[in-house]
Design a binder for this molecule. Structure first.
Ligand code: TYM
Length: 339
C-alpha cells in the first residue's frame, strides 16, 4: 500500500448468509473500482452484527461467507486490506472514547435506530443498536479515511462520523495538525438505493420481503423467478420514472448498472416491448454478473485456511495503523500512556 494515495474504508455486516444486489451495486462494486486509485481497507464488521443477537454458529459462518463474497467480487488482497473487525480491538476502544463525545440527543436522532427500534419495541432494543453509529465512526476514523463508499442509507451515519472527527480535532488538536481525517461519503447516485422487487417503494434489504431480494448466492432459478415476479404496474410502457413507475425504473437501473448500457438507451431499445421482455433481459444480465461471483465463493469456501490466512494478514496490517491512531488520540485526550 502506498501512503501517497488517498484512503478508502468501508464495511458490511455479516448478518445474512448472502449479500444482496443492493449491497453489491450500492457498495461492493465501488470498493473494487476504488482499489485502482486508493489505499483500500475493507472490513467485515462482526461486532456490529452482535446488535441483532445472532446464533454463534451463524455469525461465524456468515463472517467468512461475507469475506469470501468481497474477494469473489474482486477485492484483491494484494492491493487491499481485508479483515474481521473483532480482530482489531482498537475499534471497540475508540468507539468508547467517541461515545463520550456523542450527545444522547444526537444519537437518538439516527433514523435507522428509530426505525429498527420501532419495529421490535423499546424493551427488545439493545444499547449496542443505539451506539452502533459510534462504532461505525470508530471504524472509519481509526484509518484516517478520506472516502467511504456506501449506499444512501448510510448517509446520516457518515454525517455523524464527520461531526465526531471535527469535534475530536477542534477539542484536542490544532488546525494545522488535526488528530483524524474528516471522511467524505462516496455515494454513486444511480445505485445509491436499489429497491425491493416485491415492494419497489422500499429499499432492497435483508429484513424486507424475501421475494423482493436478489441474493448473490441464490441459485439462478430463484433469482429468475424473483425477477420475473417483480412488481411493475398496470401500465405497459417501459419508461424511467421512479415516482410513478418505481418497479420498472428499478429494473432499468439494475440492468443499466450491470450491463453498462445507459438507462435512456435501454428505454429506446425496449420501446414498444412488454415488461416481460425487460424482465428476461434483467435475468440475463444479473446472471452474467452474479454467476462468476457465486462460483468464486464456492471455490474460496472450499479452502477455508487460505481465507483465514488472508483475514489474519489483513488484521495484522490494519492493526498496525489502528494502534498508531488510537495511541495518538488517547494521548491527546489526556490518557497516560501505558509503559
Ligand atoms: P450494511 O451491512 O447494512 O450494508 C452494506 C452496504 O450496502 C449498502 N446497501 C445498499 N445500497 C444500495 N441499495 C440498497 N438497497 C442497499 N442496501 C444496503 C449500504 O449502504 C452499505 O454501504 N453500518 C453499515 C456497516 C458499517 C460501515 C462501517 C460502512 C459499519 N462500519 C464503516 C462504512 C464504513 C451497514 O450496516 O451496512
Amino acid at each position: 500500500m502506498t501512503s501517497s494515495r488517498p484512503r478508502v474504508f468501508s464495511a458490511m455486516q455479516p448478518t445474512a448468509d448472502s449479500l444482496h444486489l443492493g449491497n453489491y451495486l450500492g457498495a461492493l462494486r465501488q470498493w473494487v473500482a476504488l482499489q485502482d486509485t486508493h489505499d483500500a481497507i475493507y472490513s467485515v464488521v462482526d461486532l456490529h452484527a452482535l446488535t441483532v443477537a445472532p446464533e454463534p454458529e451463524a455469525l461465524r459462518r456468515r463472517s467468512r461467507v461475507t469475506a469470501a463474497q468481497y474477494l469473489a467480487a474482486g477485492v484483491d488482497p494484494e492491493r487491499s486490506l481485508l479483515f474481521l473487525q473483532s480482530h482489531v480491538p482498537e475499534h471497540a476502544e475508540l468507539a468508547w472514547l467517541l461515545s463520550c463525545l456523542t450527545g444522547f440527543g444526537e444519537a437518538s436522532r439516527m433514523t435507522q435506530f428509530k426505525d429498527k427500534s420501532a419495529r421490535v419495541g423499546a424493551e427488545a432494543t439493545n444499547v449496542g443498536l443505539f451506539t452502533y453509529p459510534v462504532l461505525m465512526a470508530a471504524d472509519i476514523l481509526l484509518y484516517n479515511t478520506d472516502l467511504v463508499p456506501v449506499g444512501e442509507d448510510q448517509k446520516q451515519h457518515l454525517e455523524l462520523s464527520r461531526n465526531l472527527a471535527q469535534r475530536l480535532n477542534s477539542r484536542y488538536a490544532t488546525e494545522d495538525s488535526p488528530l483524524v481525517t474528516v471522511p467524505e461519503p462516496y455515494i454513486v447516485k444511480e445505485t445509491a438505493k436499489i429497491y425491493d422487487l416485491a415492494d419497489p417503494g422500499s429499499k432492497m434489504s435483508k429484513s424486507g420481503h424475501p421475494s423482493g431480494l436478489i441474493e448473490l448466492l441464490d441459485d439462478p432459478k430463484t433469482v429468475a423467478t424473483r425477477i420475473k415476479s417483480a412488481v411493475t404496474d398496470a401500465d405497459t410502457v417501459i419508461a424511467f420514472d421512479p415516482v410513478n413507475k418505481p418497479g420498472v425504473s428499478n429494473l432499468l437501473s439494475i440492468h443499466s448498472a450491470l450491463s453498462g448500457v445507459p438507462v435512456e438507451q435501454l428505454v429506446a431499445d425496449f420501446d414498444g416491448k412488454m415488461y416481460g421482455h425487460l424482465k428476461v433481459a434483467v435475468v440475463e444480465v444479473v446472471e452474467n454478473a452474479l454467476g462468476p461471483v457465486r462460483e468464486r465463493v464456492t471455490e474460496l469456501l472450499a479452502r477455508p485456511e487460505e481465507l483465514d490466512e488472508i483475514l489474519a494478514d489483513g488484521a495484522g496490517k490494519a492493526r498496525a495503523i489502528a494502534r498508531t491512531t488510537l495511541a495518538r488520540v488517547y494521548d491527546a485526550v489526556g490518557l497516560v500512556p501505558a509503559r
